[in-house]
Design a protein around this ligand. Structure first.
Ligand code: ATP
Ligand code: MG
Length: 199
């Protein structure tokens, strides 16, 4: 992969170069996602540290989505959580990437919320896109599942993002829930129980 990228960098700019560059980037994303899912399926111990979920959300937005229409509603003074920050950031990034990718650019901004509810902390990502038919919802976190691969070719991706999110949630003893309404949008929430989280 690295050798190909170096060779490519030495070529003159052209549309072919751009196309190969884009393919390489997609392959790299796929490889990284596959490696990460394999790690999480094995006996990888999470590197948990005391973390502020709100700080993680803000850092993901400023690192990857600073020019994108995202409204953040982050509840103040949430308790700190024992999180694997690298993996939580990956989860947040994947959810925001989906929300932005599957709603038209004319839609209202994507929303990300954090709040405490009973004995849990919720992280919710909500979009105003076309929504997903109910029959697909139970399968969305299966590896390589995409709702309509032929129509979705232009959005790219391999159907690993939500699988990875589920593995990250489970490794933290948290749950990922997806709900959607056709024509209205999709909401994905991560529920981290304050008791399970202390284990
Ligand atoms: P990858 O994340 O690996 O780049 P992907 O986005 O296709 O590819 P997932 O993130 O796992 O894969 O999502 C699986 C499928 O669920 C998507 O292909 C899409 O059909 C559907 N989906 C996910 N999020 C949304 C959303 N916010 N709105 C509508 N459909 C969605
Ligand atoms: Mg995705």
């Amino acid at each position: 992969m690295t050798r190909s990228k170096v060779s490519l960098a030495l070529l003159e700019d052209s549309t072919y170069k751009q196309a190969i560059d884009q393919d390489l980037q997609e392959m790299e994303k796929l490889l990284n996602e596959l490696l990460e899912t394999e790690r999480l399926k094995g006996h990888v111990v999470l590197k948990r540290t005391s973390s502020s979920l709100n700080t993680l959300v803000k850092s993901v937005i400023s690192d990857y989505f600073s020019d994108k229409p995202i409204h953040a509603f982050l509840e103040r003074s949430l308790p700190t959580l024992q999180l694997d920050e690298t993996r939580l950031r990956l989860l947040i990034r994947n959810l925001l990437e989906n929300a932005l990718k599957y709603q038209p650019s004319s839609a209202k901004p994507v929303e990300i919320h954090t709040r405490k509810e009973n004995n849990a902390i919720l992280l919710i990502v909500e979009d105003h896109g076309a929504g997903i038919e109910a029959e697909h919802i139970p399968h969305l976190t299966d590896p390589f599942y995409r709702v309509d691969p032929s129509r979705q070719r232009k959005t790219g991706g391999y159907g690993l993002g939500l699988y990875l999110c589920r593995l990250i949630a489970e490794a933290h003893g948290a749950q990922l829930e997806i709900s959607s309404e056709l024509g209205r949008g999709t909401r994905v929430s991560l529920k981290i129980s304050l008791f399970a989280e202390q284990r």
